[in-house]
Design a protein around this ligand. Structure first.
Ligand SMILES: [Zn+2]
Length: 459
C-alpha cells in the first residue's frame, strides 16, 4: 500500500547510527513508500518535495527503538500492586496472567502498546505472554507497531502456572502459530518459537522448536540465566554449564535470543559469541529485581566479544515502565557503578543496543535500527524545547543521560506518523485508562491476589 511521502526538514540533529555513526546537524530525511529514501544535510535535500513536511528545527531524530523482551498482557491493570517488602512476585504474576479474559487482555495490551509507542518503541518482542493473539492483533493493527510474538510453551512440571503441553503438542502449536501469524500486518508481525526456559522444557522440545524456527526462517527466544548455583545444578544433571547445555542440544545460533543472560562465566560468554547467539538484557528489571548486576551482569564482556545485545524492559511489573530511553540510561550507568569505572557502557553503546545492535539481535538488522536509505522509515523525533535537553552540545549524551521518553514528540513507523506532536489517534486515552483501572480492580477481586495499597496508611 502506497503511503504519502514525508519529509523531516532541518532537524537539529539526526543520530543516524549508520555504519559510520554519522550525526547530521541541520539534516533532512525523505521518506517514500514507508522507506527512507534520502538522508543528508538540509541544503542537499532542499529541492525534494513531499506530501507532508515536518519542521524539525527543534527536534533530534533517532532510529525507532526496539524492546527485545516485554511481557505484554497481564501487568498493566495491576501495575505497582506488589509491595517491595514481599520479595519476588513471580508466583502471583503467572496466576494473574492465567486469569485474564480476552477483553481484559486486549485492553491491557492496547495500553501497553500506547505506552511503548509514546516512548519511541517501534518494535517489541512479547515472549509469548499473550493468551488471545486474535484480540491483540487489533491493538497492534490500530497502533501500527511492529511485534515479535509467539506462544509460550513448556512440557515439564514446575512451580509456575505456565502453559504446559506434551512436546509434540507444543511443537505443533508453535508451527501453526508461526504459519498463521508470521508476516501479517504488512510484515509488521513476526512469529517466533517461544519456549519459556531450559528448566521448564525438555531437551526434545527445545530441539524440535529450534527446528521449527529454522524451517520457517524465524527465531526462538527463551529465558536463560546462569551463575554458580545453576552451573552446579546443570553440571550434576547434564555434565555441563547451562549455556553449554543449550549448545549441546543445538539451541544456539543467530536466530536464538537469550533473555536476561545474567551470571554467565567466561566459558559461557565464549559459547554465546562462538555460536553467534543473540542476547536481550533488561537493565531496569535486573536492578529493581535485585539480580546482582555487579556480580552477574556481563554486558561489557558480551559486547567486547561482538555479541548482539538488545535492550528489554520485561513486564510492566518488573521494570514498571516501558521507556527504553530509561533502559538505555540504566544500562549506561549501572555498569559504571558496578565496575567502579566510568568508561563502561558509553552512552553511544547504550543507544546502539536500543537501535542498530538491538535490531541485529532480533534478526531485523537489514530493515531497522538505523537511518539509512533503503531501511524502513521507523523514526523517533525528540523535542529539545524542554529543560532537560538544555544545553545541547552532545545529543547522544543528552538523550541517554538527561532525557527520557517524555520528550518523544513524534514517532514514525513504516513511514506512517503514529505519534504526532505528542498526540495519537488510535485510542481514547482517558477511556482506556479508566477501563484498565477497572480491570485491575476486578482481577484482584477474582484472583484474591491483592495487597495493601500502600505500606503507609491511606486515609
Ligand atoms: Zn521474561
Amino acid at each position: 500500500m502506497a503511503n504519502p511521502s514525508l519529509k523531516i526538514e532541518n532537524a537539529r540533529y539526526i543520530l543516524t547510527v549508520d555504519a559510520e555513526r554519522r550525526i547530521v546537524r541541520d539534516g533532512s530525511i525523505l521518506i517514500e513508500d514507508g522507506r527512507i529514501r534520502r538522508v543528508g544535510k538540509a541544503s542537499e535535500l532542499s529541492g525534494a518535495p513531499a506530501d507532508r513536511v515536518i519542521d524539525a528545527r527543534q527536534l533530534v531524530v533517532t532510529p525507532g527503538f526496539l524492546n527485545g523482551h516485554m511481557h505484554i498482557s497481564y501487568a498493566h491493570p495491576v501495575r505497582g500492586i506488589f509491595p517491595d517488602d514481599m520479595g519476588s512476585p513471580l508466583d502471583h504474576v503467572f496466576n494473574l496472567q492465567a486469569a485474564m479474559t480476552e477483553e481484559e487482555e486486549y485492553k491491557a495490551s492496547l495500553l501497553g502498546v500506547l505506552e511503548l509507542v509514546k516512548n519511541g518503541t517501534v518494535c517489541f518482542l512479547d515472549p509469548g505472554s499473550t493468551k488471545f493473539p486474535d484480540a491483540c492483533l487489533q491493538a497492534y493493527a490500530d497502533a501500527g507497531i511492529r511485534v515479535i510474538t509467539g506462544e509460550c510453551v513448556t512440557d515439564l512440571e514446575g512451580r509456575l502456572t505456565l502453559p504446559r503441553y506434551s512436546a509434540k503438542e507444543a511443537t505443533d502449536r508453535t508451527a501453526s502459530f508461526i504459519e498463521k501469524w508470521h508476516g501479517r500486518l504488512e510484515g509488521r508481525i513476526h512469529a517466533w518459537a517461544m519456549p519459556f526456559s531450559p528448566e521448564t522444557c525438555s531437551a526434545d522440545l527445545l530441539r524440535s522448536l529450534k527446528r521449527v524456527a529454522d524451517e520457517h526462517g524465524t527465531g526462538l527466544t527463551l529465558h536463560h540465566g546462569s551463575g554458580p548455583q545453576a552451573r552446579k545444578d546443570y553440571q550434576a544433571r547434564h555434565g555441563r554449564r547451562p549455556t553449554e547445555y543449550l549448545e549441546s542440544i543445538g539451541v544456539v545460533g543467530p536466530n536464538v535470543l537469550l533473555a536476561h543472560a545474567l551470571g554467565l562465566d567466561e566459558a559461557e560468554i565464549e559459547c554465546v559469541a562462538r555460536t553467534r547467539t543473540a542476547v536481550v538484557m533488561c537493565p531496569i528489571t535486573a536492578a529493581k529485581g535485585a539480580r546482582g548486576v555487579p556480580e552477574h551482569g556481563r554486558m561489557p564482556e558480551l559486547l567486547a566479544k561482538g555479541v548482539k545485545i538488545a535492550l528489554g524492559s520485561d513486564s510492566p511489573n518488573n521494570s514498571n515502565h516501558l521507556d527504553i530511553v530509561r533502559s538505555m540510561n540504566m544500562a549506561a550507568i549501572q555498569y559504571k557503578d558496578a565496575r567502579q569505572d566510568m568508561r563502561q557502557i558509553p552512552a553511544e553503546t547504550a543507544l546502539e543496543m536500543a537501535t542498530r545492535l538491538g535490531a541485529e539481535a532480533l534478526g531485523l538488522g537489514d530493515e531497522l535500527g538505523s537511518i539509512e536509505p533503503g531501511k524502513k522509515a521507523d523514526l523517533v523525533l525528540f523535542d529539545t524545547q524542554r529543560p532537560e535537553w538544555q544545553a545541547l552540545f552532545n545529543p547522544v549524551n543528552n538523550l541517554v543521560y538527561n532525557a527520557d521518553g517524555r520528550s518523544v514528540h513524534t514517532v514514525i513507523i513504516d513511514g506512517r506518523v503514529v505519534v504526532d506532536a505528542y498526540r495519537q489517534w488510535f485510542v481514547d486515552e482517558g477511556r482506556l485508562f479508566a477501563a484498565v483501572q477497572e480491570i485491575g480492580e476486578r482481577l484482584q477481586a477474582r484472583t484474591g491476589i491483592t495487597f495493601p495499597r500502600s505500606r503507609w496508611p491511606m486515609v
